[in-house]
Design a protein around this ligand. Structure first.
Ligand code: PMP
Length: 405
């Protein structure tokens, strides 16, 4: 039976170029269900005020709603509420972790990342390594996914941080995080997990994953833009200094000095993204209402359906693992002789939204020997009919350009 989650997402009723929209750019950002739109509307209509400051009733309502959102996030990833820092998104979270790392790293230390990392989990480490004299070391691929043997040879006593994507935003492979975390811990390194592409698709439990830090963005899991989460193990966060300073994050301030509020507030300077956090809470309610395992199963069905169909297309090069094990719904490909931007434009003419470009992973593109790819990516509201539209859209694109050549 086809899941009908798409009914919950008003934007999916849109027509694009006279065709019903097929939205397959979910790795860039997901659409928002009515429940999230309603939560934002309701907040602004009934509770809008600044948090943690006022004693008036609206301020109290806003504060309660904001802190309930934090509880929902904590439950969602199996963390303590003190370990949940609201940020702007995954990028902001990774920059904060890299800032902390800068205090620790010395010349000769190593930071281990993979060649598949998004620039958000690469450039902050490049910068920190350049400033500290630490070395940025890369793990490469085997069979379109992370080469664990390569990772094992590169981990050593100098490795201080291993920072890795849970799921690649290009290859779609799911990395064996728990195994990597255990290996990292054996050499005394911290494991930083970029969960931007796994959140909302598969369960994330920080204890099961054994990560020390984890980041994700709300907007890729049906929540608004402008809100993300940095999880940090409480024992670590307690030792770490604030990165931003200002209102909200202090215990007390004198003319020449200040002391910090308790966790997690010492890491949330200034007015936070209140409505957005509440929207994230509503997105978690939405996923809990469906049951995340049902979403995972639905997407797994779509992956099993779409993967062989893509692989059968003549002249299509598909990147990432060849089989559906260890794969989530991110499909990067190229069509022989065609530029990815032309393919994406031709698909848009048929009402199909996909992404084309380097997907903020230029070192990976270089490693794969290409400048760019087309990327189709799934979310809970996609259907087999969407997959069929993509396949026939690719065929029509090939025919159109072959007619021109
Ligand atoms: N990491 C990965 C794997 C991503 O796919 C993305 C977004 N494309 C990010 C980090 C950055 O997320 P954001 O732009 O929401 O901060």
């Amino acid at each position: 039976m086809q899941a009908e989650f798409w009914r919950d997402f008003p934007i999916l009723q849109e027509q694009i170029q006279g065709e019903p929209l097929v939205y397959l750019d979910n790795a860039a950002t997901s659409q928002k269900p009515q429940m999230v739109l309603d939560a934002l509307n309701q907040y602004y209509r009934t509770s809008n005020a600044n948090v943690h400051r006022g004693v008036h009733s609206l301020a109290e309502r806003a504060t309660i709603a904001y802190e309930i959102a934090r509880d929902k996030v904590a439950d969602f990833i199996g963390a303590n509420r003190k370990e949940i820092i609201f940020t702007k998104g995954a990028t902001a979270g990774l920059n904060i972790v890299a800032t902390w790392a800068e205090r620790l790293l010395k010349p000769g230390d190593e930071v281990l990342i993979s060649i598949m990392e998004h620039h958000a989990n690469l450039i902050p480490w490049q910068q920190v390594c350049q400033r500290t004299g630490a070395k940025l070391v890369y793990v490469y691929l085997k069979d379109g996914q992370l080469d664990l043997a390569d990772l094992k040879t590169k981990l050593n006593a100098n490795t201080k941080f291993v920072s890795i994507a849970h799921v690649s935003n290009v290859l779609g492979c799911v990395n064996p995080v728990k195994e990597i975390a255990d290996l990292a811990h054996q050499v005394g390194a911290y494991l930083v997990l970029d969960a931007a592409q796994s959140v909302g698709h598969i369960a994330l439990n920080v204890a099961d994953l054994a990560c020390d830090f984890m980041v994700f963005s709300g907007h890729k899991m049906y929540a608004p833009t402008g809100i993300g989460v940095l999880y940090g193990r409480k024992s670590l966060l307690e030792q770490l200094p604030p990165v931003e300073f200002g209102g909200e994050m202090i215990a007390s301030v004198s003319e020449q000095d200040a002391s910090w509020a308790e966790l997690p507030y010492k890491f949330e300077a200034g007015t936070p993204p209140i409505a957005e956090a509440i929207g994230l809470g509503a997105a978690i309610d939405y996923l809990n209402q469906i049951g995340l395992s049902k979403v995972t199963a639905h997407e797994a069905n779509l992956i099993a359906y779409l993967l062989p169909k893509l692989q059968q297309i003549d002249g299509l090069t598909l990147y990432g693992p060849k089989d559906r094990q260890n794969r989530l719904g991110v499909f990067s490909f190229n069509l022989e002789g065609l530029h990815p931007h032309d393919v994406a434009t031709a698909l848009d003419y048929q009402g199909i939204a996909v992404r084309a470009g380097h997907h903020c992973a230029q070192p990976l593109m270089t490693y794969l020997g290409t400048n760019a790819t087309v990327r189709a990516s799934l979310a809970c509201y996609n259907t087999k009919a969407d997959c069929d539209r993509l396949i026939s859209g690719i065929q029509a694109t090939k025919e159109f350009f072959n007619g021109l050549i």
